[in-house]
Design a protein around this ligand. Structure first.
Ligand SMILES: Cc1cc2nc3c(=O)[nH]c(=O)nc-3n(C[C@H](O)[C@H](O)[C@H](O)COP(=O)(O)OP(=O)(O)OC[C@H]3O[C@@H](n4cnc5c(N)ncnc54)[C@H](O)[C@@H]3O)c2cc1C
Length: 508
């Protein structure tokens, strides 16, 4: 779209970004009667931000199969007699959020997230996003039956790419326009109210006025300078799992007009990620550089030592925190080591072509293949671990089985099984950052607050831009749910605000 035309647009709601949170914002704003324009920093072929890279885990509360049928009515036609979905109540969701964030999650935001999660999942499905049972990811087959261990019964079919395809189609159907390669660079605030943004296209600046502005343009994870500044020294060296476009522009723009920084600024979501993955996400590989099945093996550092309890909890409760632990190891890497017994439990991400792997028929042969690791120390560690494994509790991957080692300085407290069956295989990983936790403070209506807790009229935020939900750790599948919930909320509030107030006049 030519620049002069863009400056004359004057939508009711201007959405900055075009990932999951932004699209949910845009759709919701149109449902509430607004004309919407979206600005996206990326070119068309790289659109969708981190949302494109997701595997599609989607966390919502449900009290049983009847609730799942609300989200996925077609499931009624499937034979699921060998599947036990159990339930995941709002109380369990709250417990997970409280426990994982060490009781720091903002109570109001958490309440909005959890209490609306089933309804949000249903709404997302209504927009054309397809879901499917997360068999093999959140439930393993034991004695012929899949049993879910809670929280992620349904995944988004086709992951991020398919979810986005559906949301883009829904937005287009509602005449939402998206302008690519046009990052917002500043907010326009007049007489206290946000009345638009300054955007940039091919080096040209343009002012775009709007009834309300919603920032849904990710966090600062892609920006090495901001990572080092907020997360700490060394974090500029971490790999980025997703988009290269989340440079913290939204946060900087908001802080520049006095928005309130909020949440765990030195915290982020980060996971074990293939050591040879590129610096930013690869759209053709998606999330497959991740390696999430360490609870069924051992984590070994350069000193040949274990450095944490691999079996502390299900991976969905530890993976987002354990990624950061790799940063604290010498050389910022680790090896995940398994024997043949674990092989059937490993997800597809361990079988991709671009994987950094070592394999051998004995532990002695494997030891020198683990690049960067002290081989003697590695063998001592595995032998001590094997000797500390007990067999009085049966191994069960679907529950916290309590099968623990006995007598190690760092016990493995669940799924502790000796590494004794060849072939042995190991995967070389470093830290991959997913997204950063710090953001802006929003009200219960999705309005951005200023330093002193007053609402900044006309400014809203959603998705990774929102601070205060996640601290220290994260429950998998909450990022997409947060984006959809707070996007929907921001879209509704921004549309209502824009329709109530006159749009500021265009510059002369
Ligand atoms: C590999 C990977 C796997 C994941 N798996 C899951 C999962 O299974 N389940 C889950 O719930 N979450 C998952 N997540 C997290 C989830 O992707 C994010 O929490 C969520 O998608 C963030 O949505 P968002 O809309 O806030 O940000 P994004 O989807 O990142 O969208 C932000 C958009 O803003 C654009 N932008 C940035 N700056 C500007 C600017 N100045 N002007 C205009 N546009 C701008 C970006 O280009 C981008 O399109 C995963 C993330 C990654 C990276």
């Amino acid at each position: 779209m030519p620049m002069p035309e863009l400056s004359r647009e004057r939508p009711d709601v201007l959405v900055v970004g075009a990932g999951n949170a932004a699209l949910c914002t845009a759709i919701s704003a149109t449902e509430n009667g607004a004309r919407v324009l979206m600005l996206e920093a990326a070119p068309l072929e790289e659109r969708g931000g981190n949302s494109h890279f997701t595997g599609g885990a989607f966390r919502f509360a449900y009290s049983g199969v009847d609730d799942l049928l609300k989200v996925l009515p077609s499931m009624a036609n499937e034979d699921l007699s060998n599947v036990d979905f159990g339930s995941y109540t709002e109380e369990q969701y709250f417990d997970d959020m409280f426990e994982l964030t060490q009781y720091r999650t903002d109570q109001d935001l958490c309440e909005i997230l959890v209490r609306n999660s089933l309804e949000t999942a249903t709404w997302v499905h209504r927009q054309g996003v397809k879901l499917q049972p997360g068999l093999g990811r959140q439930a393993y087959k034991v004695d012929g039956k899949f049993k879910f261990w809670g929280g992620l019964a349904l995944h988004i079919w086709g992951g991020g790419p398919e979810m986005l395809k559906a949301l883009y189609t829904a937005a287009e159907r509602r005449s939402v326009r998206i302008v690519y390669e046009t990052p917002a660079v500043a907010l326009i605030r007049e007489h206290g109210r946000v009345t638009g943004v300054v955007a940039e296209h091919l080096g040209e600046r343009v002012e775009i006025r709007a009834g309300a502005v919603v920032l849904a343009c990710g966090s600062y994870e892609s920006n090495p300078e901001m990572r080092a500044r907020y997360l700490g020294p060394g974090w500029e060296l971490a790999k980025i799992r997703g988009t290269r476009f989340n440079m913290g522009a939204g946060l900087n723009m908001a802080l520049a007009i006095g928005a309130r920084p909020y949440g765990n600024f030195s915290g982020c979501h980060s996971v074990a990620w293939d050591i040879n993955a590129p610096p930013y996400g690869d759209l053709t590989v998606g999330d497959q550089f991740q390696k999430h099945n360490y609870p069924f093996g051992l984590l070994i550092n350069a000193k040949g030592e274990r450095y944490l309890d691999e079996g502390l909890n299900f991976h969905s409760h530890t993976y987002a925190k354990y990624g950061g632990e790799i940063m604290r190891q010498p050389g910022m890497f680790a090896w995940q080591v398994f024997d043949a017994k674990a092989h059937p439990l490993l997800r597809g991400e361990y079988r991709i072509r671009r994987v950094t792997k070592a394999e051998a028929n004995t532990l002695e042969e494997l030891a020198p293949m683990l690049e960067g690791v002290d081989p003697e120390a590695f063998l001592r560690t595995v032998h001590a671990y094997n000797a500390a494994c007990t067999s009085d509790v049966p191994f069960n991957p679907n529950i916290l089985d309590g099968r623990s080692t006995k007598g190690l300085a760092i016990e493995k407290t669940n799924w502790a099984v000796a590494l004794d069956t060849p072939p042995y295989h190991a995967y070389h990983v470093t830290t991959g950052v997913t997204f950063t936790f710090g953001g802006v403070k929003i009200s219960k209506q999705g309005e951005v607050e200023d330093l002193y807790g007053r609402v900044i009229p006309g400014l809203y935020a959603a998705g990774e831009m929102v601070g205060g939900l996640f601290f220290h750790n994260y429950a998998s599948g909450t990022g997409l749910m947060s984006g959809a919930t707070f996007g929907r909320l921001a879209g509704r509030s921004a549309a209502t605000f824009a329709r109530a107030g006159a749009i500021a006049p265009a510059p002369a």
